[in-house]
Design a protein around this ligand. Structure first.
Ligand SMILES: [Zn+2]
Length: 533
């Protein structure tokens, strides 16, 4: 008995001691195999280099043999704690992809891959950053650093000048593009070798055809084609809604919906890209490295550009001088808050000295940029997490729209995006439109009930009186809702339209949000026309 107790104690001791040993051996296996893979990449790079020097095709047979022999040796030495790979095709292919990419990039070619590890982070800037931008040329053009210029507009256009030709990043709205092209080409009229589109919105793609020359490569993330098709398919309604939202801001005329006899759908939009990629793309031009990375947020095709020699990041629309438009009133597929957070973290990891967004002036200084990005992504994450917490606790969307506010230290302003719209955007982005109310399941609009109410009350007078009182008391949104009830029964009711105009005017005067102003201006224009003003 005593002997068996002693034995089992001994066994426990051995087991306890051998468990970490097994772990250590499998760790050692991974480390040694990684070292072999690294040596294999070096072997391939050396062969590639020799082949280029001697003007012959590379032969990697020697590297293949060495890789197989070294893996077998590691597996033999470490036994069962080292999984036998047998076919090393995956390792060999990854290594070869890396070498091919480097070879293409080193010769100035464009190389796209899934390999974010190629991002250059530690390079000290070969062009030390200035403290600020300088005005140059005409039309408000600024020089960000020697050789990089920005034409400001609703959608900035950037031009990077190199001795081997120029790179244009975003091309603005077609309204601004001719001026941008003229003013930037007046600074440097070199050939446009590449156009990089941070995403497929019209204020970034509007000037592609004005910049494109024979042989210009246009780079976009692979999802851009789908976004352009989507925008084209819904062209009638999206164009109407975009003009409604932006017409006053951009001084444009009101656009109607497309006529009912227009083609039902058009599945294909114009795709600008000559090269698309999933995760990462890079090319070298005139001594500069352009690294292009998928950073979804504002759109699912969104990308950012990193030029390590300047330590400058072009961040497109994922950050600007307001809380982001995570739900835009002109209508959009869901924009995922967590995509923004991850993409901003990506740009943050580059530790840029200059940040060049598409809708504001460039920002200088690594510490300033770091603080700005951190606060922005924290604000987005806060609103996301509070919304999800509320959803999981069964709280309705209106309550959350009313209660979720940015804490003071995360208050990045709501001049463009709006937290309440974002809360609803996240809520319905995740769950869709159904609110668990059985009445909502059926195609009976609230207007049907409103008409019933007006009839039951013997006419609109009581509702109109209350709506006017609410407007006088400053409850403008509530007044708008009550006029909805009357207008459902009588769309031209003069008193209802007047109260509505009073409320819209007051909301407009109080609004500091460009998009809210756009829609209020649109409503105001329509109401004034209805009232004959
Ligand atoms: Zn955009």
């Amino acid at each position: 008995m005593q002997r068996s107790v002693q034995l089992s104690c001994l066994l426990l001791l051995i087991l306890a001691a051998s468990a970490p040993a097994a772990r250590d051996r499998s760790g050692e296996c991974s480390a040694r195999k990684l070292a072999v893979a690294g040596a294999d990449t070096r072997c391939r790079l050396e062969e590639q280099e020799r082949a280029v020097r001697k003007h012959r095709a590379p032969s990697f047979a020697r590297c293949d043999d060495r890789l197989a022999a070294k893996y077998a040796r590691v597996e033999r030495a470490l036994g069962s704690s080292c999984p036998t790979l047998g076919d090393m095709g995956a390792v060999r292919a990854a290594s070869q992809r890396y070498v091919d990419g480097l070879a293409v990039t080193a010769q100035g070619g464009l190389h796209c891959s899934e390999d974010l590890g190629r991002l250059e982070l530690g390079t000290p800037p070969s062009h030390p950053p200035p403290a600020s931008s300088q005005p140059v040329g005409s039309g408000g053009v600024i020089q960000l650093v020697d050789g990089i210029y920005m034409a400001p507009g609703f959608g900035n256009t950037f031009m990077v000048v190199t001795p081997e030709g120029n790179v244009v990043i975003d091309t603005s709205l077609s309204l601004f593009a001719p001026t941008h092209v003229k003013n930037l080409k007046a600074i440097n009229a070199g050939p446009v070798r590449y156009i990089i589109l941070t995403h497929g919105h019209a204020d970034h793609t509007g000037g592609v055809d004005m910049w494109r020359e024979e042989g210009t490569q246009v780079i976009a993330q692979r999802e851009q084609a789908e976004l352009l098709h989507y925008q084209n398919r819904l062209g009638g309604v999206l164009q109407h809604r975009s003009y409604e939202q932006f017409s006053v801001l951009l001084g444009l005329a009101h656009l109607p919906f497309s006529p009912p006899d227009a083609p039902v759908v058009d599945y294909g939009g114009e795709v600008f890209a000559t090269t698309t990629f999933d995760t990462f793309c890079e090319f070298r031009l005139g001594g500069l490295t352009f690294q292009v990375v998928h950073t979804p947020g504002e759109t699912y095709d969104h990308l950012s550009v990193w030029i390590p020699e300047y330590r400058i990041a072009f961040s497109g629309d994922n950050i600007y001088g307001s809380f982001p438009n995570i739900y835009t009133l002109r209508g959009t597929k869901p924009r995922w808050a967590l995509d923004y957070v991850e993409s901003l973290d990506r740009v943050q990891s580059w530790n840029p000295d200059i940040l060049a967004p598409s809708h504001q002036d460039p920002i200088y200084g690594a510490a300033t940029i770091r603080a700005r990005i951190q606060r922005y992504r924290d604000a987005i994450l806060y609103v996301h997490d509070e919304t999800v917490r509320g959803m999981n606790a069964g709280i309705d969307v209106y309550t959350l729209m009313n209660t979720i506010k940015l804490p003071t230290d995360l208050d990045v302003g709501e001049g463009y995006g709006d937290v309440a719209w974002t809360v609803r955007g996240i809520y319905e982005g995740y769950l869709g439109w159904f609110d668990e109310n059985p009445a909502t399941m059926y195609a009976v609009s609230p207007q049907v009930t409103y008409r019933e109410l007006v009839t039951l009350l013997g006419g609109p007078e009581a509702i109109l009186a209350r709506a006017a009182a609410l407007a006088t008391a400053g409850s403008y949104a509530e007044a708008l809702r009550l006029t909805d009830v009357v207008l459902a029964a009588d769309p031209q009711n003069h008193a209802a339209l007047e109260t509505r105009l009073t409320a819209v005017d007051a909301l407009l005067a109080a609004s500091g949000n460009i998009n809210e102003q756009g829609w209020l201006n649109g409503a105001r224009r329509t109401l004034r026309a209805q009232l004959g003003l």
